[in-house]
Design a protein around this ligand. Sequence first.
Ligand code: F0G
Length: 436
Amino acid sequence: MTYIQRCIACRAEFDLEARLYVCSRCGGLLDIDRREEIAGAFSLRELWRERKSSLDARDRSGVWRFRELLPFADDIDIVSLAEGNTPLYDAPRSADYCRLPQLKLKHQGCNPTGSFKDTGMTVAVTQARQLGARFVACASTGNTAASLAAYAARADLPCAIIVPGGQVSHAKLAQALDYGAKVLEIEGNFDVCMNVIRELSEDGSVYLVNSINPFRIEGQKTVAFELAEQLEWRVPDHLVLPGGNLGNSSAFGKGFRELLQSGLIDRMPRITVVQAVGAAPFARFAAGDEHNAFVNEEHPKTLASAIKIGAPVSWPKAWRAVSETGGSVITVTEQEIADAKAVIGRDGIGCEPASATTVAGIRKLVSDGVIKENESVVAVLTGHLLKDTDYVMKYHSDTLVAPDGARITGTFGNTPIKVAASRDAIKKLLTTDDTE
Ligand code: F0G
């Protein structure tokens, strides 16, 4: 077998068929590793590009298009919704806001269920079917749930999602319900959901597809391949992404590392992870010295509910990505997230609150001199604007309130205007210069 599962701590090796989520010897996280170097890597660039015009379902997927670097046989029966192939946008207003001449936004919210989770879920559910799993499940702040529900429906697999009751946006819940998942709301936050689901998976009752499952990371790593391809294999100086459970940061690290090892790129971007200030255990860890222990945040708080996480399971892998690339981990405030989100909207792009931590973070990094004006920067938008419209409406009507009770100012607010159904009244409004 070309691929194995390997513990990142004690280096123990396991077959791909071993239904594990962590090392059975020491409890460390698992990587999926290739035993041999990839031969003729340069010819892959051409092959991957050619596949974009193919009608084969595997080629239509922005994940399976890169299957030479995935741990499956070539003729695998995939569970896919044509995920990936997401746009890389120029964002001039966001760039201006960050005081940069240029900024690119990789919009993972343009996936089939509206978040980056789909790129991992297609692989994890394909593996679930390979293993003959009879029940798939996850804990979620909403997006993983929506994604799993969709892919489980495609695979005709029963599925359960465990979510923190009353803390998930309606849009995400609506998706999971419509796709037919069993939606279980529990009292407690995401970290409590995660503990329960891990217990359930230990006795084999369910196949767990949270990002602790290394097959999820295999799918998500392909976004690094896609991004490198979109940039004609010149990696940016900085890649900035939000951090919650820290699977995505781990996946970007792995993706770029594999490209570097196979000679397809000549360096890795500096990977910076941005957390909301009230849910920032990783940032606190990163700010400590080398003897610092990782301390969970018991009561994480942020309106960016997707990343309201205090005990991120993948932090050792994410730390590897940040430290090996010379990146950093920073925090941004609720006000900074909200304003950055509105600016991304003004670029005609939009995203959900968690994703906007990136632009808020970049603004800070530029002002602190960590990002220089002549450097290239890509921010990863992880979820779609319509994932949390409640937040958007409140921001624009100046009624958004942070978890600590502080009112968030709608700096870039834009409220609906009530007007009479008359041509003259509307014309008057349209010609009024509101800067006067
Ligand atoms: N952005 C969005 C929109 C998310 O939904 C998440 C995570 C993240 C960022 C953070 O990514 O966990 O890989 O560091 N959402 C998970 C969920 C936890 O259940 O949907 P991460």
